[in-house]
Design a protein around this ligand. Structure first.
Ligand SMILES: [Zn+2]
Ligand SMILES: [Zn+2]
Length: 219
């Protein structure tokens, strides 16, 4: 008999403390961070006005809305405490968010410190994601990491677009409601069934099975 929990993050029934869907979403958010950091850095160069048009970038520009947010996020990783994640994202610099969680992880698990660069920190968080997902504070972790992703996507205008996957029926509700996000990790989701999330291989298998007219695809 399987024990069931309420997922810490979404409160759905789950065999694990954090359900697979929330865990995968969190894994995807962490994986997106290194590239988002690069986009953010490029936004700062634009914000500074050294736009590659041959003009001096030394001239001071009055900040336009948005620039300040970029500079805040890129600010030296100050050791502001992150408490409860309320309204902190956006003010807390990008690297400081990661650093705080990496330090908490190192303390709790007795790990050596990682370099305070994006990739070593995201690699560390990913490596311990299974354990993180068993801790009650995963809900705060999730909120901050995904909040950071959303904030940076908003500033750098890299927020993925929803694309309808035409002509494909959801294996669960049978509606033409499948979509994916682009750009993003390849996953097909159903707009009606939160539990439906297919990777590329499963999606291709679904398309193939529908194309050859198989009925009752329920897995
Ligand atoms: Zn969940
Ligand atoms: Zn569905």
């Amino acid at each position: 008999m399987t024990a069931y929990f309420e997922c810490y993050v979404c409160s759905d029934q789950s065999e694990t403390r954090t359900c697979d869907r929330c865990r995968n979403r969190l894994r995807g958010a962490i994986a997106a961070l290194p590239e988002l950091y690069v986009h953010l850095t490029m936004s700062r160069q634009r914000a500074k006005g050294g736009g590659g048009d041959g003009r001096s970038s030394k001239r001071l520009h009055a900040p336009v809305p948005g620039d300040e947010r970029v500079l805040n996020l890129l600010g030296s990783a100050s050791r502001q405490p992150i408490t409860g994640a309320k309204d902190q994202v956006g003010d807390t610099p990008f690297l400081a968010v990661l650093e705080t969680w990496c330090e908490a992880l190192a303390d709790e698990r007795g790990l050596t410190r990682v370099r305070k660069h994006v990739t070593p920190m995201t690699a560390r968080l990913t490596a311990h994601l299974g354990w993180i997902c068993e801790q009650p504070w995963v809900v705060d972790f999730d909120e901050e990491i995904r909040g950071l992703v959303r904030t940076v996507q908003g500033i750098t205008m890299t927020r993925p677009r929803k694309i309808l996957l035409k002509g494909v029926r959801c294996p669960s509700c049978d509606e033409l409601a499948m979509f994916r996000y682009y750009p993003g990790d390849w996953a097909a989701e159903c707009g009606r069934c939160p539990a439906v999330k297919l990777d590329k291989r499963d999606y291709d298998a679904l398309v193939t099975s529908q194309a050859i007219g198989l009925q009752g695809v329920k897995s």
